[in-house]
Design a protein. Structure first.
Lengths: 466, 319, 279
């Protein structure tokens, strides 16, 4: 449980807690003293719109201080009701004073943070937050560090060289489960982008568009624990091809994908953008389909942090997450996309031609076959980390044999995908979080019910697990 | 009993033979060397004479027996016993002076740089190399290198000089010059010297006593030949001395035949005591008027018990 | 006699270079036929498709890029974009750190192995097994155990440069001429003084040869290691430009890597000449 779990939430699972609300100080008194010291600084940052959320944060802190034991807290809330509890608290505790101090969400435990990213457009919110000042606005000095590959970004985040990182959204699940690394509890506080991938084929396949004829072809995916892997497998399986038997799938770092396609080592790839558009730009391949044609609204990459960071530096984490969510909110508006493309193109960030980035972000793109296509939702930015996304990923992990035995789908999803935090922070960022707590969706016309993952899994003809 | 400054007492050297068993290179060697004496050991390759020298130097240990020097058993190398190596063994990264200075600094570690350098230079001067002191070994001729080796050995004022075929790698002319120099230095300083050689003329010219070793394996000291030539001998006239050829013939006879047949002689009943190898003067007293000590030896070179023999140094003192 | 030979060799070198550059230029400048395409579409495509320009840059492109880097080698435009000079500096510092660490371990250990037949035999199986491992194979293990990518890169440099130095030191020490050792022994020189005054200078040429092999390997490996770990360094630069499919910059980096590697090698060669003695 993170500090940003709503302490007024009765349904919360119990977890250990001691000291103050931020976990940084040994007593709440110390915490408050520190908070008062931060007041002057915070007043600069505070704006009218932020006061409301700050008050909520402080109320939460007070609530926690009064009832450090979550079991007791829940008992109290059950007895009197959340609204009553908040009102009662306001009577006995000068919440408003503390709220002023904490207008920015509490002083970050550390201001100098390192966030790793892979140079693809999925990382847009993480990257753009740097040149466009979203981190600075939260009082953070964030260094965004370009990283060479998914395994490296995983290891560097596990090693605490990075405080948080851009990951493929199934990676935090895999890390938490100890798949492909030691098991370390990881979290997905926010999804970075939705859609934003494509199946790109070599030019020689421009007349070979029916997947049923793709037997024996070689495809590259960025990583085993990636939506790219699951979506490509899903797509192939839906067309009757067994991805483990009828085709070859290779993990290839994104920059090597275009080179390999040019060298004719692979027939195509399901890759994150801008790689797909880059292949088109260089005349090496064409976009067969966008991934949104498989599943419109699928999550792609995630903003990930270790559970340890979330609990040990909750204020820094909160500030960081607010920056990401606000960046995502900014990026979600189509009008801003050109500006973002310019901001993230330099060598310090994506190091890619602006033309390519614009095509990806605006959705007006060359398909590689001589047509200009328009699809404003080619990539969108919706930070909400639906737990049902995690459940779907877990079903695919099990489907393809990455995960074996009984899986506590809902439990793992809840632990890793911090939906609750996102709700609150999205509200603070002026975004509208979804009303529903679960999301059902359809992948290639097949509806997924997150409540019945095993049934869903059983419905597939092509799979590894029984 | 004579003064035994160096006393080799029953040393042997054996190693496991390839087919099992033990090969003994030499066995039960006994030899005394008096202070100021110049002793040369001569014998064929494989008789273990270099091993004997290495044991004396403390670089090697005998399989059994001990070597006592000045009343103390040898327990390793010592600065009191300087070695002149057959292959000069100069450190090639140091200059001639540097090589000598290295020895001097080892001998007197507390000396200042200047003292060390002065002492080393004196040694270099002794062998006449002051003009080449700063040259590295690679820039020196074979003879010059060996001169540096000699200077290095002398520079530490050793009590005993051990020389392992010191001139064998040199051309005849250089060898002669160096022999002269070494002889002069040794005569002047009264150095106790133990030299290994297989050059008969060298032994005759330089040594007071010549130790004859039989062939290995199982090499022994067959006899010790006392050099009957006068101290004042020079390389140019040594072969004109009447005692020269009898002496030389005696040694060569030994090397050519008796070094092999000596065991047979023993089996035939020749009296011989390993602890007291016979002292021999190959020149009959009447034919060798210059021989200072009459040694009763038959013309056949038959070994007899020798009386006290004056060493070169003792003789020098008496004259 | 030497001068004319040097002069002629230089002329031949120059001729080869010019021929190569010319051939390179001609090969890549021959544009293939340009397809007719919709101007709207063409705006979205790269020049390789719209102008039929070869994906391979020519020597002039590389020269211009190289000049650009040389003009401003130390700029900093954010964490992920710093000048080539700074990148090289990072790489050299990493190489030096790993290399000096390797020296500190390999030379004393090599002495031990060279001087003690017991240790030589005891350690031999380990050395034989560890030596042939590709240094980059250590990278995941290093990242996992050291938990720091910078230190891991240094470790990889350490592990790749330690073997030639260790083996050469052990060999050099074990093969110091017996007579030189005997000289020291007859002079009653202590073990430490013997090690420094006789064994070290005697084995120095062999040790430096090992060091020269090591620096070459270290420089080879740092590029690969930095491509894996990223962040800073010339290897990261190559990776970053590859990521952008900028072959021009990659070729520029290759040239620079070659020149720096040569300089490092020459440095060690010079050191080698200093410690070599004629016999």
């Amino acid at each position: 449980m993170s500090t940003f779990d709503n302490p007024f939430d009765v349904a919360q699972k119990p977890a250990k807690r001691c000291g103050c609300s931020c976990g940084q100080h040994s007593t709440q008194g110390e915490h408050d003293a520190a908070a008062t010291r931060a007041k002057a600084e915070a007043e600069f940052v505070a704006t009218a719109g932020e006061e409301q959320r700050a008050r909520r944060v402080v109320e939460a802190g007070v609530m926690r201080a009064l009832f450090p034991n979550p079991v007791q807290r829940r008992a109290f809330l059950k007895a009197v009701g959340a609204t009553t509890a908040a009102a009662a608290l306001a009577q006995v505790f000068p919440v408003m004073t503390a709220a002023d101090a904490l207008a920015a969400g509490g002083t970050p435990e550390k201001k100098d943070l390192k966030v790793g990213f892979i140079p693809i457009t999925c990382a847009t919110p993480i990257i753009m937050a740097h040149p466009m000042g979203f981190y600075g606005k939260q009082g953070l000095n964030v260094e965004v560090v370009k990283t060479a590959g998914w395994a490296v970004i995983r290891d560097k985040t596990l090693n605490k060289e990075y405080d948080a990182a851009h990951m493929l959204s199934p990676m935090p699940l895999a890390i938490s489960l100890g798949l492909g690394s030691t098991a370390v509890p990881f979290t997905v506080p926010a999804i970075e982008n939705v859609n934003g991938q494509a199946i790109t084929l070599a030019m020689k396949h421009k007349d070979n568009r029916d997947p049923k004829n793709w037997k024996g072809m070689k495809f590259a995916i960025p990583f085993d624990y990636s939506m790219h892997n699951y979506l490509l497998r899903y797509y192939l399986a839906e067309h009757g091809l067994d991805p483990d038997k009828d085709v070859q799938l290779r993990s290839v770092p994104p920059p090597e994908m275009v080179a390999n396609l040019r060298a004719d080592n692979i027939d195509g790839f399901l890759a994150p953008d801008n790689i797909c558009q880059r292949a088109v730009f260089d005349g090496v391949g064409f976009n067969h389909i966008l991934s949104k044609e498989i599943w419109d609204g699928h999550p792609c990459c995630a903003f990930a942090a270790s559970k340890a960071f979330v609990t040990e530096a909750p204020n820094a984490y909160g500030a960081l997450l607010r920056a990401i969510i606000e960046a995502a909110a900014f990026a979600s508006k189509a009008d801003n996309r050109k500006q973002i493309a310019d901001a993230i193109a330099p060598a310090n960030y994506l190091n890619a031609p602006v033309t390519v980035l614009e095509q990806v972000l605006t959705g007006t793109y060359a398909d590689g076959l001589g047509n200009v296509k328009k699809d404003p939702n080619r990539v969108t930015f919706d930070p909400f980390p639906w737990e049902s996304f995690a459940v779907w990923m877990l079903t695919q992990m099990k489907r393809w044999g990455q995960l074996k035995g009984d899986v506590d789908y809902q439990g793992i999803a809840k632990e890793v995908f911090l939906q609750t935090d996102a709700v609150r922070l999205m509200k603070e960022a002026g975004l509208t979080p979804p009303e529903a707590s679960t999301k059902t969706f359809a992948v290639m016309g097949k509806t997924f019910d997150p409540a019945k993952p095993e049934d869903y899994l059983a419905s597939f003809a092509i799979k590894r697990s029984s | 009993m004579q003064d035994r400054y160096i006393s080799i007492e029953g040393i042997s050297r054996a190693y496991p033979a390839p087919g099992g068993g033990v090969t003994t290179i030499f066995d039960d060697l006994w030899l005394g060397v008096a202070r100021g004496e110049f002793v040369a050991v001569i014998g064929h390759s494989g008789c273990g004479k270099t091993t004997v020298l290495n044991i004396l130097a403390g670089l090697d240990v005998p399989s059994s027996g001990v070597v006592v020097v000045d009343g103390k058993a040898i327990e390793g190398p010592s600065l009191d016993r300087a070695v002149i190596f057959q292959s000069h063994a100069l450190l090639p990264w140091k200059s001639a002076l540097g090589n000598v200075a290295y020895a001097v600094a080892s001998r007197w570690p507390k000396w200042s740089r200047g003292e060390v350098s002065a002492k080393a230079m004196a040694a270099i001067r002794l062998v006449g190399l002051e003009h080449a002191a700063e040259r590295r070994p690679a820039e020196l001729s074979g003879g010059m290198k060996q001169r540096v080796g000699i200077a290095r050995a002398l520079s530490i004022d050793p009590k005993i000089l051990l020389m392992d075929e010191p001139f064998s790698a040199l051309d005849a002319l250089t060898r002669g010059t160096l022999q002269d120099e070494v002889r002069n230095i040794c005569v002047e300083t009264g150095q106790t010297v133990f030299m290994i050689t297989h050059d008969v003329d060298e032994a005759i010219y330089l040594a007071d006593k010549i130790v004859l070793m039989t062939n290995g394996p199982g090499a022994r000291i067959a006899e010790i030949v006392v050099n009957p030539l006068p101290d004042g001998r020079t390389r140019n006239d040594v072969h004109r001395h009447p005692a020269y050829y009898p002496l030389r013939n005696h040694i060569i006879d030994f090397l050519v035949t008796r070094s092999k047949s000596f065991d047979g002689e023993l089996a035939a009943g020749r009296p011989w005591d390993a602890r007291n190898p016979p002292l021999v003067n190959p020149v009959a007293p009447e034919r060798a008027p210059l021989a200072p000590v009459p040694v009763p030896a038959g013309p056949s070179g038959e070994a007899v018990e020798a009386g006290p023999v004056l060493t070169q140094a003792q003789r020098r003192r008496t004259t | 006699m030497t001068k004319p030979i040097d002069l002629r060799a230089g002329a031949v070198s120059l001729l080869i270079l010019v021929t190569f550059l010319l051939a390179w230029h001609l090969t890549v400048s021959g544009g293939s036929g340009v397809q007719k395409m919709d101007p709207e579409y063409a705006k979205l495509m790269g020049i390789t498709t719209t102008q039929g320009k070869s994906a391979m840059p020519g020597p002039l492109d590389v020269g211009a890029t190289l000049w650009g880097h040389l003009k401003d080698p130390f700029y900093v435009r954010g964490t992920n974009d710093v000048g080539l000079g700074l990148q090289l500096g990072h790489s050299i510092l990493r190489v030096m750190a790993g290399y000096l660490l390797a020296m500190a371990v390999a030379i004393p250990l090599g002495f031990l192995i060279g001087m003690s037949p017991l240790m030589s035999r005891a350690l031999d199986p380990f050395i034989q097994v560890l030596k042939p491992i590709s240094p980059l194979a250590w990278m995941p293990l290093a990242l996992y155990t050291i938990k720091d990518s910078g230190a891991s890169a240094i470790f990889v440099i350490f592990i790749c440069s330690v073997w030639p130095m260790l083996i050469n030191t052990a060999f050099g020490v074990a093969n110091v001429r017996k007579e030189w050792i005997n000289v020291a022994r007859t002079l009653e020189v202590g073990t430490f003084r013997k090690a420094f005054t006789v064994i070290l200078p005697a084995a120095a040429p062999t040790i430096v040869t090992g060091m020269r092999i090591s620096i070459g390997i270290a420089w080879l490996v740092i590029v690969a290691a930095e491509m894996l770990v990223g962040g800073t360094g010339i290897g990261y630069f190559v990776w970053n430009e590859w990521n952008n499919l900028s072959i021009t910059n990659v070729i520029t980096a290759i040239l620079v890597i070659g020149v720096v590697g040569m300089l490092l090698d020459q440095l060690l060669a010079r050191l080698g000449r200093l410690v070599t003695f004629p016999e």
